[in-house]
Design a protein around this ligand. Structure first.
Ligand SMILES: Nc1ncnc2c1ncn2[C@@H]1O[C@H](COP(=O)(O)OP(=O)(O)OP(=O)(O)O)[C@@H](O)[C@H]1O
Length: 276
């Protein structure tokens, strides 16, 4: 379980995360949404100590992150926004093995973890493939496999769909749906909520560093549009909540999303999307 207790993160005296408290239970799948600069990345980076709170505390499985950084980093896998920021080796297998190797695991254990992680993201049998020949979606899945090879109890993904074309996005989303079915706890940071509703139990919304909503998907539409996150077509609405001006963008893109898609080849991975 991740417990966030009155956390504040300041940069040069300005709060990026402002007195946020929340819990994420084992096996739960949540989205953290909010406009650019609302504090999403700063918040989730406190979950494994990449960012230290200026006040408050984060506990993972009952232990304060700052008291045992190594334990927090084992328990909370982090997938960064740009896979290239975390892919370190030339081949898929070497990259996914990197984390367990650093944990000092023996070869048999490393091989077992790499096989499991690659299978979870649909890249079985691709160990020897070169990373630089992969599509954007495949690279994103390698980054997820690298985090999974650490066998974390929680997987945090920061903008996992950023820069992906539609087939790649579907492919990554279907893998996340599968992980969720297998009991991995997911924390997905995004302002692009297309097709995510079946994948999540709760939607947390940040605005100016503050947690302004914590709702099930069907209760989240109003807060999302109020805090500048586009509500995609088909997102469930509670009775009496109108569609609002910002709604129903056919492209599904976020008002706030200024990221530039990186070109990627069509993803040959199967679309096993169980989320839709
Ligand atoms: N290392 C840093 N030094 C100074 N200011 C920072 C730093 N990291 C983030 N900030 C500022 O803190 C605020 C919150 O940033 P953060 O990246 O956490 O938000 P975000 O919601 O993840 O944004 P985005 O959607 O653009 O990634 C922003 O105003 C940002 O400019």
């Amino acid at each position: 379980m991740i417990e966030v207790d009155s956390v504040r993160v300041d940069y040069d005296g300005v709060p990026a995360v402002d007195d946020v408290s929340l819990d994420i239970a084992d096996g739960e799948s949540v989205v953290i949404a909010g406009a650019n600069g609302s504090g999403k990345t700063s918040l989730v980076r406190t979950f494994n100590g990449l960012v230290s709170p200026d006040s408050g505390e984060v506990r993972v499985d009952g232990t304060a992150v700052q008291a045992d950084l190594a334990a927090a980093r084992r328990a909370v896998g982090m997938v960064f926004q740009h896979p290239r920021d975390q892919i370190v080796a030339a081949t898929i297998g070497a990259d996914v093995a990197f984390g367990p190797e650093n944990l000092g695991r023996d070869r048999a254990e490393i091989d077992r973890r790499v096989d499991r992680a690659l299978s979870a993201v649909g890249l079985d049998g691709r160990r020897e493939d070169r990373v630089d020949a992969l599509s954007g979606g495949e690279r994103a899945r390698v980054a997820i496999a690298g985090a999974l090879a650490m066998e974390p109890s929680h997987l945090v993904l920061d903008e996992p769909f950023s820069g992906l074309d539609e087939p790649s996005r579907r492919s990554v989303r279907s893998r996340l749906a599968e992980l969720r079915r297998n009991g991995t706890s997911l924390v997905i940071v995004t302002h692009d909520l297309r097709d995510l509703e079946p994948l999540v139990d709760r939607v947390l919304v940040l605005s100016d560093g503050r947690l302004v909503a914590d709702d099930p998907p069907e209760g989240a539409a109003e807060a999302l549009s109020r805090f500048d996150v586009r509500v995609p077509s088909g997102w469930p609405r509670s009775a009496g909540v109108g569609n609002g001006d910002r709604d129903e963008d056919a492209s599904g893109g976020s008002i706030a999303d200024t990221s530039t898609p990186e070109p990627s080849a069509p993803d040959p991975g199967p679309d096993l999307d169980g989320a839709s």
